[in-house]
Design a protein around this ligand. Structure first.
Ligand SMILES: Cc1cc2nc3c(=O)[nH]c(=O)nc-3n(C[C@H](O)[C@H](O)[C@H](O)COP(=O)(O)OP(=O)(O)OC[C@H]3O[C@@H](n4cnc5c(N)ncnc54)[C@H](O)[C@@H]3O)c2cc1C
Length: 325
């Protein structure tokens, strides 16, 4: 079928949720309870970053739970309240002239709805070195708040030189005995106040002009990093049990067509109903501008977004009735 035939045959719903991580599943659960005809489109298995997380100890109500177990619980909870989940990759979300949205997928489907909640998360930038994938969740981490407490009194490394790396290195010293901050240059990019705090912290030792080449470990997890000097090419090693990587995070907001307000890193700006600058388009979770990115914040955003969608649809229906002849 051609694109225009697909559009003519568009499948209509009250709301379409893009992404099936904690935010998307929570939004689907609330939309179901609100008796909305919702459709959740997820490109992989539902669960999002929970599926890349080993142990979670900070989701209130669960003192300790495996990421995949929480993902399963969230998925079955959403389905219990009628979540309709399809496996497909969203390629574009576009607002039509009549105010509805066309959501086009890789399988060539066009889904249409007056409201869309984008919960597509984001992707931490990887170092792309041997050992990174192998030891993810076994010493390699991209989240200090999530994993810092597993490194009490240990020696760990943080990689990066921007605000996130420097702030998180400082944060991690509340648990770790020592934190090496590894940066490829001889000065940090982070804001002066964060730099000052880190440089004055006796538990932080700067490792200038170095990049991580290999992350080594054994059955217990990470135990050593192999470094390369960016000036001399010389190699060295660092004994650590953790390697926190903060070299960037890319929000998955590129599927939205047309202009929407975002910050310099591409995170979506919303109002306090989680509505973006495009009327009817809501955003929740990790791809939204916010102070911290956690499971609790993702589901909190999603709760607000789903309830705001209900109200948005009611007002839209009332306006349609009022303006009909
Ligand atoms: C390694 C790691 C450990 C963490 N540990 C913790 C922890 O212990 N505690 C805690 O509170 N937080 C933790 N976090 C953070 C937490 O996982 C995130 O804040 C949370 O998952 C955000 O939920 P989300 O739904 O916004 O996004 P995500 O979980 O990223 O879900 C987004 C979903 O959207 C899907 N998607 C993206 N693009 C498309 C598309 N075009 N079409 C269809 N589907 C799409 C993705 O496949 C994904 O399933 C951790 C994060 C990482 C990376």
């Amino acid at each position: 079928m051609t694109q225009s035939e697909n559009q003519q045959n568009a499948l209509t719903h009250d709301v379409i949720i893009v992404g099936g991580g904690p935010a998307g599943l929570c939004a689907a659960m609330y939309c179901g309870r609100g008796m909305l005809d919702g459709l959740l489109i997820e490109r992989g298995l539902p669960g999002g970053e929970l599926l890349n997380t080993d142990l979670i100890e900070d989701y209130i109500g669960f003192e300790s739970i495996l990421g995949r177990d929480l993902a399963e619980k969230m998925t079955s909870h959403a389905k219990k309240f009628g979540a309709n989940i399809v496996t497909d990759t969203v390629e574009s979300i576009e607002r039509r002239e009549d105010g509805d949205f066309d959501v086009t997928t890789q399988l060539g489907k066009v889904y249409r709805a007056p409201a869309v909640i984008v919960t597509a998360g984001g992707t931490p930038t990887k170092l792309g070195v041997p050992g990174e994938k192998e030891y993810a969740g076994k010493g390699v981490s991209y989240c200090a708040v999530c994993d810092g407490a597993f490194f009490k009194a240990e020696t760990i490394a943080v990689v990066g030189g921007g605000d996130a790396a420097v702030e998180e290195a400082d944060y991690l010293t509340r648990y770790a005995e020592k934190v090496y901050l590894i940066h490829r240059r001889d000065q940090l990019r982070a804001s002066p106040i964060l730099q000052q705090r880190a440089l004055e912290n006796p538990k932080i030792e700067m490792v200038w002009n170095k990049v991580v080449e290999v992350i080594h470990g054994d059955d217990h997890g990470v135990n050593q990093l192999r470094l390369r000097d960016t000036n001399t090419g010389g190699q060295s090693t660092l004994s650590v049990t953790g390697c926190f990587i903060f070299i960037g995070f890319i929000p998955n907001s590129g599927v939205i067509k047309g202009h929407f307000e975002h910050d310099a890193q591409g995170y979506i700006i919303t109002d306090d109903h989680m509505m973006t600058s495009i009327p009817g388009l809501f955003a929740a979770g990790d791809l939204r501008v916010q102070l911290t990115r956690q499971i609790t914040t993702a589901v909190g955003d999603a709760t607000t977004a789903a309830i705001a969608v209900e109200k948005y649809l009611t007002v839209r229906k009332e306006q349609a009735v009022a303006s009909s002849p």
